[in-house]
Design a protein around this ligand. Structure first.
Ligand SMILES: O=C(O)CCC(=O)C(=O)O
Ligand SMILES: [Fe+2]
Length: 334
């Protein structure tokens, strides 16, 4: 299969180099959780009903952002048909030979749009069993003509998900007294990006992750995962499965919204567990500000020192290089 990235080879090399006991199962798979752990499922159609329903829906959203950092939404405006077509397009584009995908200008997108594994992994447990295509929204239009149907599908998805993210942010901001004008001034179609993820079947699914535990470095993320499942989030110290719901989109708070809300909203850790026999795809939209945007909470006393998004990204890169870990917001605690 010439389209698979050489994850197996890298895994073997890292395994040989590793001093760890290679037979240790790192406890990636958690047992089934009881029903009360179900992630909040919020019906956005309530927003266009009466005042009471609208208020209730907004309250559910901010409640979930405070206690989970995650929630699912229904009646979000992205059609089932579009999500299905996108899944097929995604599967197809990742079937391109690896040599071509990794050539540097795949699809006529900027270099580093196609990513796989982890170039700085020193241990097989730091090797995410996945590949991805990152696209800033204006780059979608650059996609070459051979991939016209992928381009129009991704464009259609972006055109619905971008205003959806804005309206969710508007509600969450309102609930913690952050002016929506902040987001209007600092975020645009040029600053947010999409990621198409693919997780190949993984013969070592108890030892490596599809995607390593992380928090998102943006303001807000909207994800659609397919029927395979594997997304897990951290709640009160436990990993909880986000059961796939074909009708729902998953929304999570990013680091920057945690900082802006002075820790009221939680940027929860999450990860993807790899599946042994089947491939999985997901699409994520990261609502992000400009690099020079100032991230500062007006809630007193502030937990974090003010910083720019650019500064945050630089710090993350530095920490990853030096410690192998993103570290993230705790670096900016006062
Ligand atoms: O694949 C998923 O379900 C989650 C993806 C994710 O967390 C990310 O791309 O940051
Ligand atoms: Fe994520």
């Amino acid at each position: 299969m010439d389209y698979e990235p050489p994850l197996l080879e890298i895994y073997k090399t890292l395994l040989q180099a590793s001093l760890d006991d290679d037979d240790v199962d790192v406890g990636i798979h958690t047992s089934q959780k009881p029903d009360w752990c179900e992630l909040p499922l919020i019906d956005l159609s309530k927003l266009s009903l009466g005042h009471h329903e609208r208020e209730e829906c907004m309250e559910e959203m901010s409640g979930a952002a405070k206690t989970w950092g995650f929630f699912q939404i229904l009646n979000h405006g992205v059609s089932q048909e579009l999500l299905q077509i996108l899944r097929c397009e995604q599967l197809e584009v990742f079937r391109t030979p690896f040599a071509h995908k990794s050539s540097g200008n795949f699809l006529n997108l900027p270099a580093r749009s196609y990513r796989w594994g982890n170039p700085s992994a020193t241990n097989f447990r730091q090797l995410p069993w996945s590949e991805a295509l990152h696209m800033f929204l204006p780059d979608i239009a650059r996609m070459d003509y051979q991939h016209q149907s992928l381009r129009s599908t991704v464009e259609a998805f972006a055109s619905v998900v971008a205003p959806l993210a804005e309206s969710l942010v508007q509600i969450l901001a309102h609930k913690v007294n952050i002016k929506f004008s902040y987001f209007q001034e600092n975020c645009s179609a040029k600053t947010s990006f999409l990621r198409l993820n693919r997780y190949p079947p993984c013969p070592f699914s108890s030892r490596v992750f599809g995607l390593l535990p992380h928090t998102d470095s943006c303001l807000l993320t909207i994800v659609h995962q397919d029927h395979v499942g594997g997304l897990q989030l951290m709640k009160d110290g436990n990993w909880i499965d986000v059961k796939p719901n074909p009708h729902a989109l998953v929304v999570n708070v990013g680091d920057l919204f945690q900082a802006l809300s002075n820790g009221t909203y939680i940027s929860a850790k999450h990860r993807v567990v790899a599946a042994e026999k089947v491939e999985r795809v997901s699409v994520a939209y990261f609502y992000s500000p400009r690099k020079d945007s100032l991230i500062e909470s007006h809630i007193m006393p502030p937990m974090y020192r003010r910083f720019t998004f650019g500064e945050y990204k630089e710090q993350i890169e530095k920490d990853i290089k030096e410690t192998g870990d993103k570290v993230g917001l705790s670096r900016f605690l006062l």
